[in-house]
Structures are given as structure tokens and as C-alpha cells.
Design a protein around this ligand. Sequence first.
Ligand SMILES: Cc1cc2nc3c(=O)[nH]c(=O)nc-3n(C[C@H](O)[C@H](O)[C@H](O)COP(=O)(O)O)c2cc1C
Length: 184
Amino acid sequence: MKVLNIYFSSTGNTEKVAKKIDETVRELGYAVDTVKISSKDLSLDILNYDFVFVGSGVYGQLPGKSLMDLQRGLIQSYVKAGEVNPASPRRPSSNVVAYCTYGGVHTGINEAIPAVKFMGQLFDHLGYTIIGEWYVVGEYNTEKLRSHSVGGRLGDIRGRPNQADLEEVAEKVRGVLSSVMRID
Ligand SMILES: Cc1cc2nc3c(=O)[nH]c(=O)nc-3n(C[C@H](O)[C@H](O)[C@H](O)COP(=O)(O)O)c2cc1C
């Protein structure tokens, strides 16, 4: 099984999660390509991978712009290549986890849901099964927004994602990978 771990992180929170995913996948004995997106010009053939983790921070209810641009570009090229078809037939043994880190100061998880749904769509179009949608709390790290880490819908989120959050991520990585490897 080939695993891709692709992410965008502006202030470092999603990077912590992506590193935990990388570490856990390796501990389980699988090869993983971990790729941080910095521009949409990355050349990447997603279809080489059976399992993908895709993640981003949430900014204005959506993933980072470079990740969105990359996904839009990839969808167009896969449409041209005939890999995206009406009804999006399932691609056997191809799974994706879409996740975000988010602060949720105003409406909590509701402002993170559009970002995770956006990230899943490229893969759903390609026929991957969305096997997980994960929401990890991440404090506001910029000077301007730091005060949002206290007093919002999620309460005091300073220091998040913390060790417990990252351990929960590791546990869920073990869970989804054992679920796709199980032979009944
Ligand atoms: C400019 C900016 C905009 C943000 N907008 C949102 C938002 O709309 N909804 C939300 O839940 N969190 C929002 N956040 C909080 C981030 O999603 C959160 O801190 C996340 O963990 C950042 O990920 P990163 O450190 O990987 O960039 C915003 C943070 C910043 C800095």
C-alpha cells in the first residue's frame, strides 16, 4: 500500500498533525510520501497512491489557497485524462482521510466543515472512498488573531493541538489503516 500525506499549513498546527500521521504510518511499516504544499505547481500523480491523508488549516471557512488551487488544477487535468467520469465510479482499495485544524471562534466546527468537504471532493470525484473526516482544534497563532484562542465557541484553545490531540490522531491513523488492511 502506498500512502500520500499531503498538507497545507500556514502557522504550523496542521504541520504537527501531518508529522504525527507520517510518524504513525511509518511505525505501522508502510512507506509514506509526506508533502507540504507551497504552490499549486506541484507535480503529483495522486492515482499512484492507495491511501491519502489530505489536510489544511481553515482560513475563512476554507482550506489554504495553494491547496485549493492545486486541487482545482488536478481535477481539470484528471477530467482531461478521462479519470473523472459521471457518477464517479468507485476506485477499489483507494481511500482518503480529509482533515483540518481549526479554531472555530465564531461557530465552532460548522466553520471548519466546508474546508474538509472541499478537500474530499477531488478524491470523491476520482472514486476514492472518504474513510475519515477529522477535525482537530488548532489555536490562532497570528498576533492579530491570538485573542480568538480564548472566549470563542470552543472555549480556551491555547496550546492546541496538544499532546492528547496528537495522540488521538495517531490512534485514528492506526484505526483507519487497520480497517483497510483487514481481510474478512
Ligand atoms: C488568517 C486566519 C484565518 C482563520 N480563519 C478561520 C476560520 O474561518 N475558521 C476557523 O475555524 N478557524 C480559522 N482560523 C484558525 C486556524 O484554522 C487554526 O489556527 C489552524 O490550526 C491553522 O492551521 P495552520 O497552523 O496549519 O496554518 C484562522 C486562522 C488564521 C490565521
